[in-house]
Structures are given as C-alpha cells and as structure tokens.
Design a protein around this ligand. Sequence first.
Ligand code: ZN
Length: 298
Amino acid sequence: MIDPSTATRVVFLGGLGRSGSTLLERLLGELPGVAPLGEVAHLWARGVLAGEPCGCGEPFPDCPFWRKVGERAFGGWTGSLAERMLTLRQRVDRTRRVLRIDHPDLAEYVQAYRRVYDAAAEVADARLVIDSSKHASLAHCLAADGSDLHVVQVVRDPRAVAHSWRRTVARPEDGRPMARWGSGRTALHWTAQNLALDLLARRGVQVTRVRYEDLLAAPRDTLASLAERLGLRTELSFITGTTAHLTTAHTASGNPMRFTVGRVELALDDTWRSGPRRLVAALTWPLRARYGYRGIAV
Ligand SMILES: [Zn+2]
C-alpha cells in the first residue's frame, strides 16, 4: 500500500471520451503546482512504442520532459516495459472487472503508474499530477492499491457526446480518422463508464463531478470551486471572461485539443441539437436525468 503522506497527489479525469476531459485538463494544468500528463493509459502504446508526439510537438522519445520522467521512473523507457504494461492491462484493467478488481498482477501494474506519477511530479516540480486517461477501470485499479487519488468525473449530455462520436475527425498525430461510434454504442459506453465512476464514490474514493456544460457556462466559477476541492490555489488570471490562454503541456496522449497553445474561446457547441438524438436520450435515461440532463427531444 502507498504511504499517503509522501505519495504524489493524483487527479484522475474520468468519463467517456468527447465529454470535455481534455479541455478540463488543459485548464487545470494552468494552475500553479499542477502537471497535466495527458492520457497516461495510452503512453505505453502510442508514446513509447509508436513514438507519437507529446503535447509539446516533439516525438515522445525526444521530449525532454518525458525522457527525464522515463529515466527517473524506470532507468529509461523500453519496448519490453511498454509491452508488459499492455499485457497487464488486458489482464487487470477492464471495465467488466470493476466489481472485482483484485488480481495477482494488480500491484505490478499500479506500481508502474505510481512511478510515472512520482517521477513526473519531481521533474515538473509539481504538487499534483493529472492523468486524463478517462477509463473508470484504471481509476479502480489505482484506488485498490491505496493511491492518493481524487477522481474528477467529467460528464456531458450524452446526446452531445453521441453527436461528437458520429463525426469524422482526423488525428493530428498521423492524419488517420479517429474512431467513430454509432449512437447505441456511445449510449452504452457512456452509461457503463459513468456507472463505474459512481461506484468508485461508493467505495470511498473522492469523486467530484463536473458537468462540461457548467464549465463552459461559467469557466472561472466552475474552475475555482474545483480547484478549491482539489486543494489548489485559485490563480485564474489565464482566463478572461470566456477566453483562456493556454501554454504548452507535455501530454503523452489524448484528443487533438492537447496541442492547442494560446487563445481558446470557451464556447458550448450546440450543433448536436439539430441531429438525431432520441435513441441516445432513451438509452441513457435515467442516469442522464440524475446528472441534470432532462427531456427526451430537447
Ligand atoms: Zn513534451
């Protein structure tokens, strides 16, 4: 088990993809003492094995930040370490396992994450690191090992999430299209991920829910109250009204917004309201209503 007095504080952003976790990570990452790491779950395959770019634009193996983190954590990144982590993930880190997360390989798997978090905090001179891996099963793995973990559950209206998953978006890393899902599949995953995150709270893990719509409607207020919950200084001078100014972040993987630097308008995209949405609305009820997203057709 981890000694909570010396452990790096980890904020884990959970929820289904396309719910705004990348934006929230980038905004939290501008607060003093915070190191945003991106989706650490994908670091092994996309960073170490495929050499995809860090959020700073450098290929992962050439990024000075990640190179130092790898040296401190493991004496350097290796293909065999990454392959081992992918094997362990198959065994222990699965949504269907969250009800019984215990496994003989769990400690080895979680320890590698702890080493990444600790080394990243040291290299960045940060008090807290953010992992925006999103998958609830990884949060369950980390929590089972006694990590100092605060989960921020990012939820967005599932009708908007489904709209986003239907769209064709090219990955900036290699130009290939990102995965596309139909409405039924999105509704199923949205429900599974959020129920699994709700379960974490019932297991005693600190879970704070943030609605993407609230973040965009009142960015400063929403961030200030979240920062307070996380014990961070509410230094929000990088936001003026609905405009944020983002600096470079060494995010290992994640959605295209991780590369954005400079001025960002925090505006809600309402285009989903003109598309099909009844199927998702029906499939995600009543969890959707519990998060405050009401109505079938609106
Ligand atoms: Zn970098």
